[in-house]
Every structure is written in structure tokens, then in C-alpha cells.
Design a binder for this molecule. Structure first.
Ligand code: 0WE
Length: 280
């Protein structure tokens, strides 16, 4: 049996052929942004990548090379001049933009540890500015480049909707983000631009590292979720690909759960608890 291989670049009919995607929030190979980047690349997208701080350079540049990407820019999502520079470069490099991925969030570490009632004014503003306003800042700059319609995708978490221990001010930021998705979808819809959020189950990324009890949360989520497994960066990438491509046509303003079904449950149990109550 003869076997031969064709380089991906030469395979016809990728879902993202001829589409340009700008992805914000890449940190390392555990990033959700990296899971999305790989899926869009595999289907033929031309990519631009952006990361937050110089310390991430040594992780981000090798990843960009892996997907043949030469558009790699550092930008602080809270700095208007730096965002203007990235979008000016996107306009020069791509001309037209089809996809914007917003995978950015930040709250002060101390605000993800204690009680929500103790959140400082500054901590609240920081979390909402970096995690929610940044989507508006990016969407406003991306929309004029989406001359053939487009897809804007952001990342959320179930804590926006139901109380999760210690998610605190990030939950309020994600609630604002999900609502922002609806307002942006309504305004940009007439221009053929869709705006959606993916609400992902917990994933071990750099952003999640060092959060007290995160490992326990992962174990519990895995046991309780209907699919009895955790969610991977690849799972999120698959849904992002659907929303980014023409497969997602007519889907806008939504928060799509990619959480192994966790959010549908009214009562969550561990394996041990189900055994105890003869439920499995
Ligand atoms: O949205 C997130 C985390 C975002 C995040 C993480 C950090 C850690 C480092 C935002 N800001 C910071 N600031 C830091 O200094 N997730 C969905 C992951 C996450 O974070 C949690 C979770 C889950 C899940 C925090 C507490 C409880 C659950």
C-alpha cells in the first residue's frame, strides 16, 4: 500500500481559506488562544497574534513560527495607542479582517482569594477594564476592517451566571462581558459581523496556575460533568472554528457552553456521592 503525504498548505478547501484572523491573549502552549490558533491555522486562516507583556516573548515567538505566522505584536489591551498600532499593522498586512479572538482577562490575585465583599475600587476597575472593556476597545477597531462581515469571539466562564467560590470580581467582569457581547452583536449585526462568547469549563492554563484549590476544582468538574471529563484547549478551538467560519453563519450574541455539560446540572455530585445514593 503506497502512502504519500501532502503538506497541509496544499490541501484544498479549508474552512478558513482566505480568511484573516487576529488573536489576542496568547501566553504559552497551554493558552486557550493557542488551541484556537491551531484550529484556525489547520483550516487555512492567515493569522496575526498578540500578547500582553515582554516576558511572554520567548514562549509566543516559537508558537507563531509553528503556525507560519510572522504577525506577532505585543500590546497592552488597556493602552489605546498600542491597540491602534496593532490594528494599523493589521490593516497594512491583511487589508481585510474576518475574525477577532479576544482571550484576555485579568484581576488582581488578591481579589481571587478572599471575599467578594472586600473587593477594592481599584481591583474592581482593573478587572472590568482589562477583562470586559478590552473587548469593546478591540471590537471598535476591528469592525471597520471587517468589510466582508466577520466573527468576533471572546471567552467567558460559568461564574458569570452562578456563584463559584473565589471567582469573585472576575464573575462580575464576565457578566459584563457576556452582556457586552449582546450589545455588540446587535450593533454590528447590520454590518454582517457576528459576536459570540464561548463559556469554557475550567482548564489548566497560565491564568489558572497558582489559584488556590484549582486542582480540586478540576477533579470535581471532571466527576460531576455529564461527559465525565474535562474540557481541553482543543475542544474550545473546535467551537471557535465553528463560530469563526461560515458554519457559524446566523449565530450571534450567544454565549456557547463548552463545558462537558456542567452548566445544565441542578445538582452536582462526585463519583463517591453517586455511589452512596445508589445513583450509579
Ligand atoms: O477567568 C478565569 C481566570 C482569569 C484570571 C486568572 C488570574 C490568575 C493570576 C484573571 N486574573 C488573574 N490574575 C492573576 O494574578 N478562569 C475561568 C479560570 C479560573 O480562575 C478562577 C477560577 C477559575 C475556573 C479563580 C477562582 C476560582 C475559579
Amino acid at each position: 500500500m503506497a502512502a504519500f503525504f501532502i503538506d497541509k498548505e496544499f490541501l484544498p478547501m479549508g474552512l478558513m481559506d482566505g480568511k484573516n484572523a487576529l488573536i489576542f491573549g496568547l501566553a504559552n502552549n497551554k493558552s486557550i488562544a493557542w488551541g484556537i490558533t491551531q484550529k484556525l491555522h489547520a483550516e487555512g486562516a492567515t493569522l496575526g497574534l498578540s500578547y500582553a507583556i515582554p516576558q511572554l516573548e520567548k514562549r509566543v515567538f516559537p508558537l507563531a513560527e509553528e503556525v507560519g505566522c510572522t504577525f506577532v505584536e505585543r500590546a497592552d489591551a488597556n493602552n489605546d495607542d498600542e491597540l491602534d498600532a496593532v490594528f494599523a499593522k493589521a490593516k497594512n498586512t491583511f487589508g481585510r479582517l474576518d475574525v477577532l479572538v479576544h482571550a484576555i482577562a485579568y484581576a488582581e490575585r488578591e481579589d481571587l482569594a478572599g471575599n467578594y465583599v472586600d473587593t477594592s475600587r481599584k481591583g474592581f476597575i482593573t478587572a472590568l477594564e482589562t477583562s470586559a472593556y478590552s473587548l469593546v476597545a478591540l471590537a471598535r477597531r476591528a469592525a471597520p476592517l471587517m468589510t466582508d462581515g466577520g466573527s468576533i469571539i471572546t471567552l467567558s466562564y460559568y461564574g458569570a451566571e452562578k456563584v463559584m467560590p473565589r471567582y469573585n470580581v472576575m464573575a462580575i467582569a464576565k457578566a459584563a462581558l457576556e452582556c457586552s457581547v449582546r450589545y455588540l452583536a446587535a450593533e454590528l449585526g447590520p454590518s454582517g459581523i457576528r459576536v459570540n462568547a464561548i463559556s469554557a469549563g475550567p482548564i489548566k492554563t497560565l491564568a489558572a496556575s497558582g489559584i488556590a484549590g484549582f486542582r480540586t476544582m478540576l477533579k470535581y468538574s471532571e466527576e460531576a460533568a455529564p461527559l465525565r471529563r474535562l474540557v481541553t484547549q482543543e475542544d474550545v478551538g473546535n467551537t471557535a472554528l465553528w463560530l469563526a467560519s461560515d458554519l457559524g453563519s446566523a449565530v450571534t450574541g450567544e454565549t456557547i457552553y463548552v463545558d462537558a455539560g456542567y452548566n445544565i446540572l441542578g445538582l452536582t455530585m462526585t463519583h463517591e456521592q453517586r455511589e452512596m445514593f445508589n445513583l450509579e
